[in-house]
Each structure stands twice: as C-alpha cells, then as structure tokens.
Design a protein around this ligand. Structure first.
Ligand SMILES: OC[C@@H]1[C@@H](O)[C@H](O)[C@@H](O)c2nc(CNc3ccccc3)cn21
Length: 448
C-alpha cells in the first residue's frame, strides 16, 4: 500500500498552454505574423499541413476556457503572450488590441480566482525580427527587453509570476541546430549564437523587471535527465555530454556564471568565447525556476554522431507515449533532487508535465477515457511528492496541457490535453484525467 501523499499548503496547482498552440487568429486585430505562421506555410514542415490559424480558437473562446479552468478548480494558469500581437513588427509601434486581449484574459482569470503565470516567449518570434536576424542578431536582447517592459508595465499589477523564456534548449536545438522547428535552420554555429543570445535576452528582461517589477520572475527550462546505458567510461562520458548539452547548458550560466566545459569540447570552433560581461547579465538572481519534465534518456557513446557523439537507447520494459517518450516518473524525482544538489534552493515550479496518448471519444458515453494518461499522472504525482519529501522546494505544478492543441511540427496528431478538443466543432470534452486532476487539486493530492 503506497503511503499517503501530502503536498504543502498553498501548493499552486494549475495548467499550461502557449499562445501559438491554442489561440488561433494569429493576425487578428492588427497582430503581425510570427515565425511559426511562416514555418507552417511551408509544405512539409508541419504534419498534415496543420497550423495555428484556428487551433483551439482560444482567442475567441477564452472566457469559456477560463470557465473550464474554474470548473476544475485550478489555482493558476500558465500561458504565453504572442510578441507579435503586442508589437506587430517586434519593436516600435504597440498594438493596443493585442494588449487588450491579454488584459481581458488576465481579468477573466482573476475574476475566477486563478493566478495568471505569464511566459514572455514561447517560441513564436515576430517574423519581422527574424528578418533582422532574429535570435542570431545580438540586438535581440534589447528588443526582448523593450517588449518585456511593455508587458511588465501593463500587467505586473495583476500578474505575480513571470517567466522570460520557455525552453531555450528547444528553441536552439529545434530552430537552429536541426531545423525541425521554426525558423528551421541547421547550423551548429548558429545554434551556439542563438542559444547565447536567448540567454542574454533572458538576462536583459530580468534586469528590466528588477527596475519596474513588484513580484517574481524566472526562466522555464526543459530537463531530460540522462542515464548511462552501461558503466563503461565511454558511456559515462557520453552521459555527461548529453546532460551538458540539454540540461546544464542553460542552468550553469544562470547559477554558476559559465557554460559547461563540454560545450567547447563538443562544438569546437562553433562555440565562441563569450564576453565575461554577458555572464553578469545572464546570472542575475531569479525568484524561481520552472522545470518542464516529460521523460528521461538512457544514452551510450556513439563516435559517429558529431557533435555530442551520443545515441539514445530505447528501453524494452517500458511504456512509451505517442511522442516516443518513455514514461519514467523516477526521472522527475531525480531531476528535482539533482537541481537542489547542483544549483541550490531556488524555488521550483513544475511548469509542464504530461503525456500524449491516443484517447478517442467514447461515442456511446460522451466520456473520454484516457487510462494511460491517468496512470502517468498518478505516477508523476507520487514522484513529485517524493522530491518534496527529499527537501526540494517545489511550489507548484502545471499540467501540460489544459487543452489538446497544436503540437508544433507534429500538428494536431498528438494530444496532450486533459480536455479533448474537437477541432472541427471546437467542442471541449473533459477527459477522465481532467476529473482526476480536479480531485488532486481539490484534495491537495490527498486523493492519490
Ligand atoms: O511536446 C509537448 C510540449 C509542447 O507542446 C510545449 O509547447 C513545449 O513547452 C514542450 N516542451 C517539451 C519538452 N521538451 C522537448 C523535448 C524534445 C523535443 C521537444 C520538446 C514538451 N513540450
């Protein structure tokens, strides 16, 4: 019999989404195009030719969606702001209608007792800035800081939690290293430059927040713990390289003022020497760190795979999700405990955790049974509780995702929502996992 689970009082239970994945109407009311608008328009980039043109139509249905959050009893809602709704050209003229949308969303959340948690950047760079080099242009740190200042000024009285970036690793690895995500570049040199400019932009926004903000600001990183396929020195070294590239590359400069030494070893002349002043900017104190956890990786040495020279090893006795990720709840505990060991006691929020499984509507019952997602949720909750018991200061959990939505280049083919969306009719239907999550929130985990 599992021991009872007890989460701290005031633990912040919520859900997470992002602008381009749910809003639709990307050009409404004066908004400018983003790089995802462009990326989706190129045949072959996104499965089935899907795009964020309509998505969950949240731009028009946000009041109904907030009502669903209230029905689930959520305490918080993590969403991102579309930069090009606020600044259609990425800088310069402010589009008041864009600010109005998010003002209204924030007011609706607060009217329902739900804490807004705002991500400044969740991958949808204004296309006009990409035309000026985007994350490859060092000026973007100032462009981002100017954008951030507009939002802080407009919303900080009501928004208590701000995150600068969502997952700089994915932006870099997908957008600049492998070209699988917008803007679709494939260059290790560009990847290194984009990654560093992302972190400079993060620091520039934190600097502005310290001038004008009254609440809390942090960064959200995806952590995928790496485990060696064997205890051979080659595999142990490969594990360190993989961990440096995906995980420590972003937290080391924030907390230790330097990049992992493995980065220069792996990338060679594609990894420049960065100015020392940049690390003062990047390393400013944060009020929290958001952790996105989905899966782990077991890795072995693979000399032919430059620059990491790493190969993941599929686990035979494991459950895999529709996105090919191993269900490994112990990895969540390990991730949170390792953060404390490596970086100290900065408060943490699990800002994304969830799973994509095939869970079609059950026509005769009007219910949507998602037993695999429920099993995954239960196991991850226990893993989270284990980390708390080991003294990790975790203060909240946002399930990914509130709604089935656009899974980037996988289109609508992968469903992470605890609420099903019929993309033809826009009908929302609570999955069984939504009912479980409502119970978890209401009982602060005691129902598990
Ligand atoms: O894939 C599910 C979500 C995605 O919809 C979110 O927008 C994004 O923040 C997100 N990050 C991860 C974890 N990181 C990751 C790892 C490899 C490829 C892509 C994302 C999963 N997810």
């Amino acid at each position: 019999m599992n021991k009872a689970i007890q989460f701290p009082p005031n633990f912040l239970w919520g859900s997470a989404t992002s602008a381009y994945q749910i809003e639709g109407s990307p050009l409404a009311d004066g908004a400018g195009p983003s790089i995802w608008q462009r990326f989706c328009a190129v045949p072959g980039n996104v499965r089935d030719g899907d795009s964020g043109d309509v998505a969950c139509d949240h731009y028009n249905r946000y009041k109904d969606d907030v009502a669903l959050m209230a029905r689930l009893g959520l305490k918080a809602y993590r969403f991102s702001v579309s930069w090009s709704r606020i600044l259609p050209q990425g800088r310069g003229r402010i589009n008041q209608a864009g600010l109005d949308f998010y003002n209204n969303l924030i007011d609706e959340l607060l009217a329902n007792g739900i804490e807004p948690m705002v991500t400044l950047y969740h991958w949808d760079l204004p296309a006009a800035l990409d035309d000026r080099g985007g994350w490859l242009n060092p000026d973007i740190a100032d462009w981002f800081a100017d954008y951030a200042r507009i939002l802080f000024t407009a919303f900080d009285g009501r928004v208590k939690y701000w995150a600068t970036l969502n997952e700089p690793w994915v932006v870099t690895d997908g957008g600049y290293m492998h070209g699988t995500l917008a803007p679709g570049h494939r260059s290790p040199h560009e990847a290194a430059l984009a990654s560093h400019n992302l972190m400079r932009a993060h620091g520039s926004a934190v600097k502005v927040y310290r001038e004008v903000g009254k609440h809390q600001i942090g960064i959200v990183v995806n952590i995928e713990p790496k485990y060696p396929a064997s205890q051979s020195q080659e595999d142990l070294d490969a594990t360190r390289r993989a961990d440096a590239y995906m995980n420590r590359q972003y937290l080391d400069p924030v907390f230790h003022g330097r990049y992992p030494e493995e980065m220069k070893q792996m990338f060679g002349d594609a990894w420049p020497e960065w100015p020392a002043a940049d690390f003062s900017l990047i390393g400013q104190k944060l009020d929290f760190v958001g952790i996105n956890y989905y899966t782990r990786a077991v890795v072995r040495n693979e000399p032919t795979h430059w620059p990491l020279k790493v190969m993941p090893v599929r686990q035979t006795q494991a459950t895999y999700t529709e996105t090919g990720w191993e269900v490994y709840p112990q990895g969540l505990t390990d991730t949170l405990v390792n953060f404390k060991r490596l970086y100290g006691d900065t408060p943490l929020y699990v800002m994304e955790n969830g799973s994509a499984f095939y869970d079609p509507p059950n026509a005769d019952e009007g219910r949507i049974h998602d037993p695999l997602r429920i099993d995954c949720m239960r196991k991850n909750m226990r893993a989270l509780s284990d980390a708390l018991e080991q003294g990790v200061d975790v203060r909240g959990y946002m399930v990914w995702s509130l709604l089935d939505n656009l899974e980037w280049s996988l289109g609508f083919s992968k469903r992470f929502g605890i609420i099903h969306v019929n993309f033809e009719t826009q009908q929302r239907t609570l999955k069984d996992s939504a009912y479980l999550y409502a119970d978890i929130v209401a009982s602060n985990g005691a129902c598990l």
